[in-house]
Design a protein around this ligand. Sequence first.
Ligand code: SF4
Length: 325
Amino acid sequence: MDHRRLADQVLRGTPVSREEALALLSEDDDRLLELLDAAFAIRRARFGRGVLLHVLHNAKSGSCTETCAYCSQSALSTTPIPRHPLQPVETLLAGARRAHQAGAARYCLVASGRGPSAEETERIVAAVRRIKAELPLSVCVSLGALDEQSAAALRAAGVDRYNHNLETSARYFPSICSTHSYADRIATARLVKAVGLELCSGALLGLGERPEDRVDLALALRELAADSIPVNFLDPRPGTPLAGATPLRPTDALRALAMFRFVNPAAEIRIAGGRERILGPLQALALYPANSLFTEGYLTTPGQGLRADLALIEALGFHVAGLAE
Ligand code: SF4
């Protein structure tokens, strides 16, 4: 496959086919740099050399009723993690101030659980109103499955974006969760779009899925017109059903990132959870297809820290981007 020709085709507006996307994943490591270079051409056309920083805030942690096999907050997990109910508005606001100080463009409020109660939605709405009144931050919220009323209330409060990951393909999803379906996730993703919120919906790679599942997920996200695609890499957590999973090879992770860029050329693609563990010294290469990262850690695991992330961005000759770029 001629990667540059395929990138030019994408830049002219012709989407890659399922077969082309699959072919990208079947190449060997000798062609990886060439693939990343072509993916970078697509990234650069839309996002230049900018890197958007996102900061996650674990607004409600643990004690979830759902059975997502990868998640240390699930009903099946025995992982010792912090557990707390939804934090008060002042705590959520304080987290936003810290994110702003760190140079983040987006602050992402995340709560465990199948979906928010009416009281939880109300509190998030109150927090978002305060954040938007005080700080020039884009706010992303991730609360699980939504109904129409909650989605509309979040939109009216000023939420910019809602996160609801598909994680994997429709075929593979029943292997990782038994308490809700892929169709449930798609329904929330569609609702998010229908009420006028930006959709953030992403992947978790390394669950035992096949290359076809990765491609089908990338295509499903294209069909949903996901504005933002966080790509997580499973960092198997002790105490979860996937504790013994074989970690993804870093070069497979990079090929998958490049494939996501080819399939979703205009989406903000973010290297997310597991990047330090899975990509290791190859982390920097991930910013050729991706244009965004989470800094300051994840929900229940630490990251390498803001200073190391800024050094990484600078060493590449990239820069921290503002929302307007
Ligand atoms: S619904 Fe969310 S918090 Fe609950 S187990 Fe699944 S991923 Fe974890």
